[in-house]
Design a protein around this ligand. Structure first.
Ligand code: ZN
Ligand code: ZN
Ligand code: ZN
Length: 372
């Protein structure tokens, strides 16, 4: 088990978030239940409902967590609770009135992206002079740079996903449905310590050409190329890895060739990771390898996404993202080639930026795995 996060950890995160908000010209942040709230105070209500829960913070103000009265005991148990002032409201009261004294009536606030529209509208109604902007748009890197404890969790999640991949190479594919192999993958992730499975993509044959095909009733056949992309949360942090396998050792030349191109694109992009290189440059490097091999029109998504408390978050490795890489950032590098109606190939590792370059959290072989 990793070291649990402490009240001091949350206090430091809240202070940094308030300082980052001020530096971005914001009066503060309003954070509803979801990954940002978990990150800032370790609190996740049992159910996210129409009852308002919100953390309000700003430079020079005591951070406050508004909770429904009946959920106050739950909130008090969160590790970050001592770092905030708890305010409750009772059913029948106007929860937005509770928020009014906490917000600058003329200030502009970053509000977490998953805040329900009814809550944002309620706050706007109660505070007509206050402005709100998307937290991801205004402070996209709030959770992007991971500290040592977070890196340890992400490395452990990656190691567990790798163990799941080694396990899936031992099961039989031919004659079974994609959903059967997906169930095996999910069970392996749990067996290796995940508390939550977020996705188990099993894209066999032509289904592999759809990058987000989950898994369906198709019966896997000898000679199929199969994309396996799976991940979830372990100790609160995400895993996400992709390997492409072939059913039987008789691999067609084009599958071999496409796989080599994707593997080279992934490796070349990985080797380019170092502080100061922009996110879009990593995307361009992966894309250049695929373009030079003649497959540019078949690489139909960005090269990668950040990972942390969630499995998809900033930074995004995509054309137009000029954010430079910073030590501690963690993201996927996952180029792919998708040939419609035929097959797909993707190779994905989670990578972190260190002072000297990239470090992988997924370390299973990149060669085309052979399954039976
Ligand atoms: Zn994805
Ligand atoms: Zn993935
Ligand atoms: Zn991914």
């Amino acid at each position: 088990m990793p070291r649990p996060f402490t009240t001091e950890d949350y206090r430091a995160r809240i202070a940094r978030a308030a300082a980052d908000a001020a530096a971005a010209g914001l009066a503060g942040l309003v954070v509803a239940p979801g990954p940002d709230l978990v990150y800032l105070c370790g609190y996740q209500p049992t159910a996210i409902t129409e009852r308002l829960t919100a953390l309000v913070l700003g430079a020079g103000r005591e951070p406050a967590l508004i909770v429904p009265k009946l959920e106050r005991p739950d909130a008090e148990r969160a590790a970050g609770a001592p770092a905030v002032r708890l305010l409750d409201w009772t059913d029948g009261e106007d929860p937005y009135a509770t928020a009014v004294p906490l917000l600058d009536p003329a200030g502009r606030y970053g509000i977490s992206d998953n805040t329900w529209a009814m809550h944002l509208l309620g706050l706007q109604g109660a505070l007509p002079g206050t402005g709100f902007t998307s937290l991801t748009a205004s402070l996209p890197m709030l959770r992007a740079v991971k500290d040592t404890d977070e890196l340890e969790r992400l490395a452990a999640a990656g190691g567990a996903a790798d163990a799941a991949y080694r396990g899936i190479l031992e099961v039989s594919f031919a004659g079974r449905r994609e959903t059967d192999v997906a169930a095996d993958l999910g069970a392996l992730l749990i067996q290796y310590g995940h508390s939550q499975v977020d996705f188990t993509v099993v894209g066999s044959g032509p289904n592999g050409a759809n990058p987000h095909h989950e898994a369906g009733d198709r019966v896997i056949r000898p000679g199929d190329t199969v994309v396996l992309d799976f991940g979830g949360l372990k100790d609160g942090y995400g895993s996400d890895t992709t390997r492409t396998v072939h059913v039987g050792a008789d691999v067609p030349d084009e599958v071999r060739k496409v796989h080599d191109v994707v593997r080279t694109a992934q490796q070349t992009a990985f080797e380019a990771v170092r502080p100061g290189v922009t996110c879009q440059e990593i995307d361009r490097i992966a894309r250049r390898v695929i373009t030079e091999a003649g497959y540019d029109e078949y690489f139909i998504h960005r090269t990668g996404h950040g990972i942390g408390i969630t499995t998809h978050e900033p930074p995004y490795l995509v054309e137009g993202e000029e954010q430079p890489l910073v030590p501690g950032m963690c993201f996927s590098i996952e180029p792919g080639i998708y040939l419609p109606g035929r097959f797909g190939v993707r190779i994905e590792d989670i990578v972190t930026v260190t002072a000297n370059g990239g470090r992988r959290f997924n370390n299973t072989p990149h060669d085309l795995g052979i399954v039976s």
